[in-house]
Every structure is written in structure tokens, then in C-alpha cells.
Design a protein. Structure first.
Length: 318
């Protein structure tokens, strides 16, 4: 492991890959819940065994909690500005998720620190539809939810858009502390998806969707029916924005450990293995949605599992 994991935490980091600049803008950071409850197939011992490198970024020994960032990846590619995932958002009513209800963060100031004004954003990617990935799709203006990025096309997986549409009902699968995914995402469709659709900004895609010569969205259903991976291939360099296919580096050691709120657990596990094998075999940088600290890593195969090859060498912005 390189030294990145030991440096102070930052909110805006950047790295170049081929012709694409990647900048990380953190919205929120914190402990979510006891890790062995969040990740099916792990025990308290799984986390204890690895505490020497899971602390301080990925796990809190005192509370045994899994730690996560909410964040947006800002890509500059072929002259356009592309946001990957939009965090929790401000002012959202999430009755069953108190830590994310009525947030008031300075996320838009952090975006500005990364050189991004909302009207300059060309494309917004939601890797999947969960309340912590679509929040800044919209903001409250004069009592109405409107697109935060008024000139952007929002690329939303059709399968997720339809799955979460209350008119279609919703199958309730995983749960955490008695909260299932449908309850945890209450009001999300109405406040973060529908306004984008009604303003004519939503592009509902399926199977795969090229963004430009460097970037393509690929379907990877499991965590949600529309979960996607954004693949970057530019100047011989590769990266995979994997959304919630990987939440914690413990899933490298234990690829079958799945987040409890995944809609189709066996499919989510298959997609993670497939993605990690591809990343290892093609030296692609893996950029999960929520990884704190170093934020991204190259991985290698290790028997039937995986290991960190090296953390991403991000540089601070400004
Ligand atoms: Zn998430």
C-alpha cells in the first residue's frame, strides 16, 4: 500500500487518466452501522482481523461501524463536464434514514472549489437509483424540486427508474435494522427523479450507453435492477466507476460478502466478481461510490479472492 491511506482526509482530489481528468468531491462522511450487520457473510471477527489496515478510513473499532463517504466523481472528457452520482442532497425528507434527512451541506461550494458551476454540467450519471446517489439531481427552489444542473442530460438506468416508480409497486427485499430499501428510499422518486423527468432532462438507458470516445455505461444489475458500471478507456489507461458493486475493501478479501440492502444478492455478488476480475486483468482503477480515504485502487487476483495492488495516487486540488 502506498502512503495515501495515512494522509489527512480531503474533500477534493484529482487524478488524470488518459485524456480524462477525474476529481472527487466529497459531500458527507460518517459511520453507517455495525459492519457485520451491513455486510451479509461477514462476522465481527472478519473486521477485527483486518483492523490494522481498515482503521481509520474504512471501519471504526469502537462502534464496529462501517464508514463511508457520499461523493461525486467529476469527469472532464472531450471538453464536457460529467458528474458521476450526486450524493444525498440537501433538504431531502428521509423519515427512515435520519442521518440523511434534511442535510444542509456545502456540497455546491465544494463543487465550485473543483471548478464546477451547476449550469456548466453537461451530463449527470446516476450509477443506480438509491437515495445516496441521486440526491443532488435536484434542489429546492421556491418550494419546488428542480434539476440542480439545468443544462445537463441525466443518464438514469431505465430498469431502476421503473423499479422505483411508486406506480409500479416495489418488491421489498433486504433490510438493515428493520429498514428495508423501499422505506429507506421513501420520497426519493418524487423529489429526485420525477422533477428531472418532468423537465425533460432524463435519458433512460438500458444495456449500454456510450457517453463519448472515452466513457461508456454498462449495465450490471444486482445491487439494484439497473445498477451500472461506467468504464473509462483513454490513452491506454482504464478505470471502472463501479457504484455500489463494492462498498468496502473487505469485499476484496471476501467477494461474496454483500450489502444487506442489495435487491438481488446472488446477482450482486456475481457482478462484483466479474468486475473485479476484469479490473485485475486489465489494470483498471476501481472507483467505488463510497470508499473513504484513498478512494480508489488497482486490484489483483489473490487465490479465489482479490487484494489491493495500489491505492490511487490522487493529488489535492487547489
Ligand atoms: Zn450507495
Amino acid at each position: 500500500m502506498s502512503g495515501t491511506a495515512c494522509e489527512p482526509e480531503r474533500f477534493v482530489d484529482t487524478i488524470e487518466m488518459g485524456e480524462v481528468t477525474i476529481t472527487r468531491v466529497v459531500e458527507w462522511q460518517g459511520a453507517i452501522a455495525p459492519a457485520e450487520e451491513v455486510f451479509l457473510g461477514t462476522t465481527a471477527q472478519t473486521w477485527q482481523r483486518n483492523r490494522n489496515w481498515l482503521e481509520p478510513h474504512f471501519w471504526d473499532a469502537r462502534s464496529t461501524s462501517f464508514k463511508a463517504y457520499m461523493q461525486t466523481w467529476v469527469l472532464r472528457s472531450e471538453g464536457r463536464t460529467i458528474l458521476v452520482d450526486t450524493g444525498v442532497g440537501n433538504g431531502k425528507e428521509r423519515p427512515s434514514m435520519p442521518p440523511w434527512s434534511h442535510l444542509e451541506t456545502d456540497f455546491l461550494d465544494r463543487l465550485a472549489a473543483a471548478g464546477v458551476a451547476p449550469e456548466e454540467v453537461d451530463v449527470v450519471v446516476n450509477t443506480h437509483v438509491h437515495a445516496d446517489h441521486v440526491g443532488w439531481n435536484t434542489q429546492l427552489v421556491d418550494g419546488r424540486w428542480v434539476p440542480t444542473f439545468p443544462n445537463a442530460r441525466y443518464l438514469i438506468p431505465r430498469a431502476d427508474f421503473e423499479y422505483w416508480n411508486p406506480l409500479n409497486g416495489h418488491a421489498k427485499h433486504g433490510s438493515l435494522g428493520g429498514i428495508n430499501a423501499a422505506v429507506g428510499n421513501q420520497y426519493m422518486f418524487e423529489d429526485s427523479l420525477l422533477p428531472v423527468h418532468e423537465h425533460g432532462r432524463a435519458v433512460l438507458w438500458e444495456d449500454s450507453h456510450p457517453i463519448d470516445r472515452n466513457l461508456v455505461l454498462e449495465s450490471a444489475p444486482g445491487h439494484t435492477p439497473g445498477s451500472a458500471v461506467l468504464a473509462l478507456d483513454s490513452g491506454g489507461e482504464r478505470a471502472l466507476f463501479v457504484g455500489d458493486l463494492l462498498h468496502t475493501p473487505v469485499q476484496l478479501l471476501e467477494p461474496d460478502a454483500e450489502a444487506c440492502l442489495s435487491e438481488d444478492v446472488p446477482a450482486a455478488i456475481r457482478q462484483r466478481r466479474r468486475m473485479l476480475e476484469r479490473a485485475a486483468d486489465t489494470s483498471a482503477l476501481v472507483l467505488p461510490a463510497h470508499l473513504p480515504g484513498p478512494g480508489a485502487a488497482e486490484v489483483r487476483r489473490n487465490g479465489g479472492a482479490f487484494a489491493i495492488q495500489r491505492w490511487a495516487p490522487f493529488s489535492p486540488v487547489g
